[in-house]
Each structure stands twice: as structure tokens, then as C-alpha cells.
Design a binder for this molecule. Structure first.
Ligand SMILES: [Zn+2]
Length: 227
């Protein structure tokens, strides 16, 4: 399906909650309230622990926030799957809006928001980067600009899910490039991923942004694993 047609199809197709497959009314959010309430929220202690474990040892990430805890085979996995593979873009902006509400309380000073990019071949294959829609929703709530072009993924990597933690880090190290370093120099940047697993991807993005003389780089994700 041509991607430009999808809003039209969205209009005619019944809206279904990706968590429970219940039909949604036209004024309902793209995830029903029951499903949304069933997703585990990451508390302050867990976020701090995950920051210490995933990011503290490097200088690249100044702070971390995640709204939810990722659980396999639960609601959030279905929700993110619908965004990632079924072109349900409104889920992305909706999750971005929720994530932004949590970011406000961090009182970080942010100049620009960047999604973790996907390789252009993967983008051609899938049609879009799901995180572009998340940052779009965040940008609206936070009133901070975003760019989907500033950071580029230069290495095509296969799915990370079957790799060991060390292999993951190796797999994404040097996978990113800053396209226009002048726009990064001296800036406070927030980098956004859908799910943070080992943190290797966000860290690799943080490294190239630091190399391009960003003032500080913060990282956030819709969900974080806690294993
Ligand atoms: Zn539901």
C-alpha cells in the first residue's frame, strides 16, 4: 500500500484497540483506557537503576527517562507492534504525548528532539520509522522542535533480539552518524527510542552526538526492559 494513502484507509477502517482488539469509538484514543491502565509504569527507582546500569559508565547520556516497563506478550508489546508493523501512526503520536508528560517533570533543558533513526533500506522496506511519530507527539506537547534527518543510521543491522548483550553493543557501535554537526554543537539533545533494552542503541547515538560537541544528551524511551 502506498504510504500516502494510509490516512484515507484509516478513516474508513474501523478503529481497533491493538491491546484487546475491541472496536474503538471515533473519539477514543488509539489504545483503550483498560489496556492503557494495564501497562506497568516505570517508577523513579527503576528508572534510576536502569540509568545506572545502562548509561552511567559512559559520559554520553546525562539523564534517562522511560514511561513504561516492557513485558513480553503483554499489552504494550501488541501496541508497539501495531505502530511498528501495521502503520498505526496515531499510536506513535499518542505514546509520544504520554512520554512528553513524563519528560516535563524532569525539568531538562532541551533544544531539539531526535528519534533513533533506522537504516534507509529498512525504512524503504517498512515505509517509515515508528519513532518519527513518537517524537512528533512529544514535540507538540513540549513545544520543542524535532528533526528526523539530523541523525543517520549508516549500518544496516539485523534484528537485535537474538543477540547477546555484548554482541548488541558491538552491532550498533559506529552505526550512527551526525549529518549536520553544526546543528548539534552546543545543543541539549533528547534522543528517543520506542523500547530501550540494553541501552546500546541510545548510547551509540549519544556517542556520535557528543563527538559532534553536543552540550548534553538525554535519552528516553516509551518502555524499558528491567532485566
Ligand atoms: Zn484495549
Amino acid at each position: 500500500m502506498n504510504i500516502s494513502l494510509s490516512p484515507l484507509f484509516d478513516f474508513f477502517l474501523p478503529r481497533i484497540c491493538p491491546g484487546c482488539n475491541k472496536k474503538l469509538s471515533s473519539n477514543e484514543e488509539p489504545v483503550c483506557k483498560e489496556c492503557l491502565d494495564s501497562i506497568l509504569i516505570a517508577d523513579e527507582n527503576l528508572i534510576q537503576r536502569e540509568y545506572d546500569r545502562k548509561f552511567r559508565s559512559t559520559r554520553f547520556i546525562s539523564g534517562f527517562y522511560s514511561k513504561y516497563i516492557f513485558e513480553a506478550d503483554k499489552t504494550l508489546q501488541n501496541v508497539i507492534h501495531a505502530l511498528k508493523y501495521n502503520k498505526q501512526f496515531r499510536i506513535g503520536t499518542f505514546l509520544g504525548e504520554i512520554l512528553a508528560e513524563g519528560i516535563i517533570s524532569k525539568k531538562w533543558s532541551i533544544d531539539i528532539i531526535l528519534p533513533v533513526p533506522i537504516h534507509h533500506l529498512k525504512k524503504a522496506e517498512r515505509g517509515y520509522n515508528q519513532s518519527d511519530f513518537i517524537v512528533k507527539g512529544m514535540s507538540k506537547i513540549l513545544d520543542i522542535p524535532y528533526s528526523t534527518k539530523l541523525l543517520k543510521r549508516t549500518k544496516y543491522s539485523e534484528s537485535q533480539t537474538k543477540l547477546h548483550i555484548n554482541e548488541r553493543a558491538e552491532n550498533v557501535a559506529n552505526a550512527f552518524k551526525v549529518k549536520n554537526p553544526n546543528r548539534v554543537t552546543g545543543k541539549n539533545i533528547l534522543i528517543v527510542d520506542d523500547v530501550c533494552t540494553t541501552g546500546a542503541t541510545l548510547k551509540a547515538c549519544g556517542k556520535v552526538l557528543s563527538d559532534a560537541c553536543a552540550n548534553s544528551v538525554y535519552a528516553c524511551s516509551v518502555a524499558t526492559t528491567d532485566f
